[in-house]
Design a protein around this ligand. Structure first.
Ligand SMILES: C[C@@]1(CC(=O)O)C2=NC(=C\c3[nH]c(c(CCC(=O)O)c3CC(=O)O)Cc3[nH]c(c(CC(=O)O)c3CCC(=O)O)/C=C3\N/C(=C\2)[C@@H](CCC(=O)O)[C@]3(C)CC(=O)O)/[C@H]1CCC(=O)O
Ligand SMILES: NC(=O)c1ccc[n+]([C@@H]2O[C@H](COP(=O)([O-])OP(=O)(O)OC[C@H]3O[C@@H](n4cnc5c(N)ncnc54)[C@H](O)[C@@H]3O)[C@@H](O)[C@H]2O)c1
Length: 146
């Protein structure tokens, strides 16, 4: 794995599926000012319609054409894997239901006092990454109190 921090401002990103996991990924994408299109028949209520372009239907391969990053967030791993196969080899696909076929992983991110700290377990244990983010935040706050 090769860690980077991406400048996604105005970059076209497509998210297939609009459920709970998609909502978490979309939050970070909107914060980074990416141009986010979501293809999904339904949307989680936490997704703010004003921040995305919603295509209210099921996935079609042509949905991928313009995107530099693709998030396959459907609750059906077969469809997610098909999305990875439909993408061009020059596109980057995050497959939320199968790390073996994903081109990249998201990190747990702690933004603290001008720092952005990304935590990865290289796909092994996302819940450990989340737990470590929380512990690190407590530790950093304690350091600042002394
Ligand atoms: C860090 C975080 C960032 C984010 O999502 O932005 C993130 N997952 C988070 C939460 C979380 N994910 C899961 C649970 C349920 C508990 C559990 O099973 O552990 C929880 C906990 C929760 O939801 O509370 C389940 C899960 N996750 C993946 C699979 C599929 C697989 O492993 O193949 C399955 C099984 C699905 C199933 O059973 O079907 C896959 C991935 N999840 C990753 C990232 C990438 C590797 C990160 C790394 O290297 O550590 C990777 C490979 C791809 C990706 O999604 O990018 C975010 C915490 C953000 C935060 O709070 O800070
Ligand atoms: N990577 C992670 O962080 C992580 C964490 C937990 C679960 N998961 C995985 O993510 C998957 C999705 O979980 P969820 O909780 O978001 O599910 P969910 O049921 O909340 O959302 C699924 C979404 O997919 C949409 N959808 C269904 N068929 C579609 C199609 N053909 N085209 C486009 N959209 C379609 C639905 O309308 C819905 O919006 C789970 O199956 C699980 O394997 C991943």
């Amino acid at each position: 794995m090769y860690p980077v921090i991406l400048n996604l401002k105005n970059k076209p990103v497509v998210v297939i599926g609009g459920g709970k996991v998609a909502a978490r990924k979309i939050k970070g994408l909107v914060r980074s000012e990416a141009r986010v299109t979501v293809v999904s028949p339904s949307l989680d209520p936490s997704i703010d319609l004003a921040t995305i372009n919603w295509v209210p239907r099921t996935y079609q391969p042509t949905d991928l054409l313009e995107a530099c990053l693709i998030f396959a967030c459907v609750d059906d791993n077969e469809i997610n894997e098909q999305i990875q196969l439909d993408a061009s080899p020059t596109q980057w696909v995050n497959v939320v239901s199968n790390k073996e076929v994903a081109d990249f992983y998201n990190m747990a991110v702690l933004d603290y006092d001008g720092l952005s700290i990304g935590i990865s377990t290289n796909g092994v244990s996302p819940s450990r990454a989340k737990q470590t983010r929380k512990q690190l935040e407590i530790w950093l706050k304690e350091q600042n109190e002394v």
